[in-house]
Design a protein around this ligand. Structure first.
Ligand code: ASE
Length: 330
């Protein structure tokens, strides 16, 4: 013991950063628990009438003796296992808490939660730094969203003659790259980008948004807020983010706001009717599974969604590039 209040105590505390070392290696503890559960250590010990030797555990969980010995030692250090020594022979058993919470058959088992932590949350935490820097991440995502319209934008806005539509809203229009293609192709139209306040703010800060007053922003949430009336609504890469039910909900809102004679232009990577291609749409559909609640769809599936919302005379134009166009009329 150090005498209280001396500089030695202070120096020692500064020289041995116990908490920081604990935090630095905290993941070793979680991973040890995850691994013991995944290998079935606690289930094996619970299924046995008596404590088991290292050899029996290694055999039972089909793992190496060396690795198992180290894992059991760490679990003992974590108070997840008891050890017993009888005539020099070491055996292992579950602690009371381990048998109650770490075995699959227990009615209050935490093994499913531990599995989720191990297989999902642990992997997501690999990206914690990016998540905390979310504004930067959002700008990067918006740049990704923006760039494709330099390549496919003109084709999708000219797939149909949109010149009868002069008041256009691009719902979820992000930084306005497609809106720009629209005003370039149609000298009479104005396009309003309708997007979440944080997207509009980021667009103003990070993207060039000036186009002779013909492109402007409207802050809102297209599910929650009222939609202004217009001749044409563009939904470019929006419906593929959502389930059929949410898509119909949104399209119904659009239909109600739409002026009679107006329409909706859906821009998406269309799958062919039997789903056998194009490869890009098949790959994007997998990406929607990973990143969103949606999927890529066929022309018939989009037609069904538009029709369910009330739109008529649905026409489909394939561009031969990544994104295609579907037009529905009110
Ligand atoms: C979305 C579009 C995309 C939502 C998430 C997304 C894209 C990438 N992630 O509406 C663009 C399309 N590219 C791929 C790989 O899907």
């Amino acid at each position: 013991m150090e005498p209280a209040g001396t500089t030695t105590t202070v120096t020692t505390a500064a020289a041995y950063p116990r908490k920081i070392l604990d935090y630095m290696e905290g993941f070793l503890v979680s991973k040890t628990l995850f691994t013991a559960c995944e290998l079935g250590v606690f289930d094996l010990l619970a299924s046995s009438q008596h404590p088991l030797s290292l050899e029996e555990v290694a055999l039972g969980i089909r793992a190496s003796q060396d690795g198992t010995e180290r894992l059991l030692a760490a679990c003992t250090g974590l108070d997840l296992l008891n050890t017993h020594t009888l005539e020099g022979q070491v055996t292992y058993s579950n602690t009371e808490q381990s048998s109650v919470y770490l075995t699959q058959s227990s009615p209050v088992s935490l093994t499913q939660s531990i599995h989720y932590s191990s297989k999902t949350i642990y992997l997501c935490w690999h990206y914690l730094t990016d998540a905390v820097r979310s504004e930067e991440e959002m700008v990067k995502f918006m740049q990704l969203m923006n760039s494709i319209w330099n390549i496919c934008g003109r084709d999708v806005v000219t797939a149909f003659n949109l010149s009868p539509f002069t008041t256009i809203y691009d719902l979820g229009g992000c930084s306005g790259a497609l809106a720009k293609q629209c005003v370039l192709a149609y000298p009479e139209c104005t396009v309003t980008i309708f997007d979440l306040p944080k997207v509009v703010k980021t667009s103003r800060e990070h993207f060039v948004t000036d186009d002779n007053q013909r492109v402007s922003f409207h802050e809102g949430d297209f599910f929650k807020d009222a939609l202004p009336d217009a001749d044409l609504y563009i939904l470019a890469r929006i419906l593929h983010d959502w389930t059929d039910a949410r898509s119909i909900e949104l399209l119904t809102k659009v239909y109600r706001a739409c002026r009679p004679g107006g329409g909706v232009l859906v821009v998406e990577a269309l799958l062919c009717e039997d789903g056998s291609g194009p490869l890009t749409a098949q790959l994007y559909s997998l990406n929607m599974l990973v990143q969103t609640e949606g999927k890529e769809r066929t022309a018939a599936e989009y037609t069904a969604l538009l029709t369910a919302a009330g739109f008529q005379n649905v026409q489909v134009e394939r561009t031969g590039k990544i994104y295609d166009a579907v037009l529905g009329r009110k």
